[in-house]
Ligand binder design. Sequence first.
Ligand code: GDP
Ligand code: MG
Length: 297
Amino acid sequence: MQSETQRCGYVALIGRPNVGKSTLMNHLLQQKLAITSRKPQTTRHTLLGVDTQAQYQAIYVDTPGIHEPGDRQINRYMVREATAILKDVDIVVMLVEQDKWTAEDEMVASYLSNLRVPCLAAMNKVDQLADKSLLLPAMQRLGKLDLFTEIVPISALKGDGLANLRQEIFTRLPEHPHVFPPDQITDRPERYLIAEIIREKLMRRLGDEIPHRAAVVVEAFHQGDGGVDISADIYVERNGQKRIVIGKGGEKLKQIGEEARRDVEALLDQRVMLRLWVKVQSGWTNNPATLKRLGYD
Ligand code: GDP
Ligand code: MG
């Protein structure tokens, strides 16, 4: 039974790398969908997260961070993906980091000036502000930019201010029937979410060099009586990287597999058997054909 008019729209979460976009999306959905890490550029594709409450449905779009593209194909792909969606959304939420405003924030803001849709600022990581009296002046500085309809202080990590942010978003959603059924929380298939979980463990377990050179593809997914049997390939660029991922006596890969398996079991809510294979595909981060085959098209 639907007594009130349904409101539904797409909400872009944008901001420079590492401001907490994926953390915010996970917390809003109360489910771990997007992978997060201390390393910039963890998120490679846009990912939809659906938040349905009563007559409201917000479809969050987690984007790769907007940054200076540099000269790698994959980086250019990520910036293109992040900026293209701004044209297709109903509300934009730009994340900034408490009282900081950097050159990268400036660049993100440059994409906002011509938008016709409401643009909210979420001032994230306020839990890191030791001196809370800095909050108000920081909000005032943001306000002076004349870009934002509303400025909401939040901590995506601790959950502070999120009810408030959600309210500001919900009330600005256009009148529109819901696009997704109420129990669906993402548009991505399970295989994709599983590959992302494995990639997150790689990023957390390995040094800075490898993760940006690695891609993960779930090759097989077999549902059995006692659980699911999953095989995934980890692509790296060089033999040396393969050795690092595998580790001494296979220790590293075992750890990564173990941690990933636990998260995948939580995601699928059943027992999981996870097999990981490391494969060398030289130059994949800079080769358009390979990028396409690995899902970056
Ligand atoms: P993204 O690149 O914008 O998607 O950023 P992530 O969501 O991956 O977060 C980057 C890092 O910031 C991670 O280590 C998060 O745990 C951390 N982080 C995100 N939100 C908060 C917050 O509200 N407070 C604190 N202290 N850390 C946060
Ligand atoms: Mg992210």
